[in-house]
Design a protein around this ligand. Structure first.
Ligand code: FAD
Length: 480
């Protein structure tokens, strides 16, 4: 039988002064911050939806120091919430009492091995800095998210982040060869292997990737590097809806093969919001269309060859009536301008009032069905609703966002959060999909996990948690 979701009480009446003294001695006075005003931003999640409490912020500077902090907290039975850039979208980094441990000072690139095509990075390295370091050795680290200027690789691993390059390179999980993890009791698991072949029993790194800090603290990782593409061909195409977009996706997959790196979907309402609210973003087409796809091919050959490949696929798509218009980026600036339309979608929805967001995935073959069915069901529930589906169509992952009716109060709309979750997630579930494609469970989706996850899988997750962290001290109240 499964235990109920577990929350630790937010108030902890125990006297922790001896623990704090020991922590100060272990990592230095300045790295144990106890004035809550000095770490207020770390008590709140990115969208301001949840606030937690913590007795201190710990800022260790090495794996050994992380291990000492964990050992001391374990002995004192004080919970630890790991934090990277605090950009997570599921509330996983919000502390539930105890201490916050930030990896921000573990920010060294330990090794670059261009021949092995790997880089060993510490958990606190900012993703954009890792991309730049890869670029410096003429290689590519393909993980790319809008938060890349502030999220850290430890957070990316812990959420198994997706982003815009999954279609070609996979999720974060696919980009990692080894990890170093400090366990809840302070032991250090050294699995920093740079091997591409290593069948020596259970592949333990995968337990910690996507665990959102509930099983231990990732302190370093060996990540894969790829050849840097020398050419990219970028287009925004218009189509009459999700069905032709799906036909186009199948065509691009066939004709562009593994040069297809991006296939993102944008509906008209979303594009209109970007045009209305994002500075410098304009409609690149002369007429409005029901839907759009941002497509990019990347390759290592000549630019002209990639352009020809894209153009011939688009010609065939016009003939098959899969698309009704297309704009091809002729310069790097034009390509970036097309990307800006996609990148500004989330932000552009904010001035339109409250929105209810779903981060879902279905098999790619069902994406068009999902958009139609979910849109209809939500509109039936609330006439006047403004559905705004967009996202990683080629991964089967949509951000199925619902903006409130124009004349409705935000609070009245948000009162329907649960009802919309049920409508959308039930459809996703019936299609064999996932109610959390890339953002994780954190605190926000724990009830959904209990509702939709296979019960045996949940039981195994509980057992693994109990083995590694019997006291529920590691990021309590998250996932399980
Ligand atoms: P945090 O938010 O600090 O932590 C996230 C979770 O991981 C928490 O549960 C935390 O406890 C745990 N954690 C952090 N570091 C460690 C560690 N070293 N060891 C163990 N546990 C740890 N996500 C996507 O997948 N795809 C996107 O396209 C995407 N786009 C985004 C765009 C914007 C504008 C924003 C704000 C967020 C976006 N996200 C996206 C969500 C977020 O950026 C990712 O989840 C990111 O991977 C989180 O990294 P972080 O360092 O900020 O982690």
């Amino acid at each position: 039988t499964l235990t109920a979701p577990r929350d630790l009480p937010q108030t902890d009446a125990r006297d922790h002064s001896a623990l704090l003294d020991d922590l100060r001695q272990a990592i230095g006075d300045t790295y144990v911050v106890t004035n809550a005003k000095d770490f207020d931003a770390r008590l709140i999640e990115d969208r301001g939806l949840r606030r937690g409490t913590a007795l201190a912020l710990l800022r260790p500077g090495s794996t050994d120091e992380v291990a000492t902090c964990m050992r001391l907290c374990h002995a004192a039975q004080v919970p630890v919430t790991p934090q990277g850039g605090n950009t997570g979208l599921a509330g996983g980094g919000v502390p539930n009492g105890g201490v916050i441990l930030t990896t921000e000072r573990l920010n060294q690139i330990r090794q670059v091995d261009p021949t092995n095509a790997t880089m060993t990075v510490e958990a606190g390295c900012i993703l954009a800095n890792i991309q730049a370091a890869a670029d410096g050795v003429d290689a590519l680290f393909p993980l790319s998210l809008a938060s890349e200027g502030s999220c850290q690789i430890g957070g990316n691993l812990s959420t198994n982040a997706g982003g815009t390059a999954v279609l070609r390179y996979g999720n974060t999980r696919d980009l990692v060869l080894g990890v170093e993890v400090v366990l809840p009791d302070g032991r250090v698991l050294n699995d920093l292997s740079g091997l591409r072949k290593n069948n020596t029993g259970f592949d333990l790194k995968h337990l910690f990737i996507g665990a959102e800090g509930t099983l231990g603290i990732i302190t370093a990782a060996v990540i894969k590097l790829f050849p840097k593409p020398t050419a990219r061909a970028t287009t925004l195409v218009a189509c009459t809806g999700p069905e032709p977009a799906l036909a186009l996706y199948a065509r691009m997959r066939g004709q562009a093969a593994d040069t297809l790196s991006t296939f993102e979907y944008i509906d008209r309402l979303g594009l209109q919001m970007v045009i209305d609210h994002a500075p410098g973003c304009n409609d690149p087409m002369t007429e409005a269309h029901p839907a759009y796809c941002l497509i990019e091919l990347t390759g290592n050959g000549a630019q002209a060859a990639l352009d020809t490949r894209l153009e011939s696929a688009l010609e065939a798509a016009f003939e098959a009536e899969e698309i009704t218009d297309a704009v091809i980026g002729a310069s790097e600036a034009q390509k970036d301008a097309l990307w800006a339309l996609r990148e500004n979608l989330s932000e552009a929805q904010k001035p339109e009032g409250a929105s209810i967001k779903h981060d879902v995935s279905v098999p790619v073959s069902r994406v068009a069905d999902f958009i139609r069915e979910a849109t209809q069901a939500c509109m039936d529930h609330m006439p006047g609703l403004r559905p705004c589906p967009f996202g990683h169509f080629g991964d089967g992952n949509l951000h199925f966002n619902l903006s409130r009716p124009v004349d409705m109060a935000d609070a009245d709309f948000l009162a329907e959060y649960g009802a919309f979750n049920r409508i959308v997630h039930d459809i996703v579930h019936q299609m064999g999909g996932s109610f959390s494609a890339e953002h994780g469970i954190g605190t926000f989706k724990r009830a959904e996990l209990r509702r939709y996850k296979d019960p045996v899988a949940l039981e195994l997750m509980e057992q693994i948690k109990a083995t590694l962290d019997p006291g529920h001290l590691m990021n309590p109240g998250k996932i399980l």
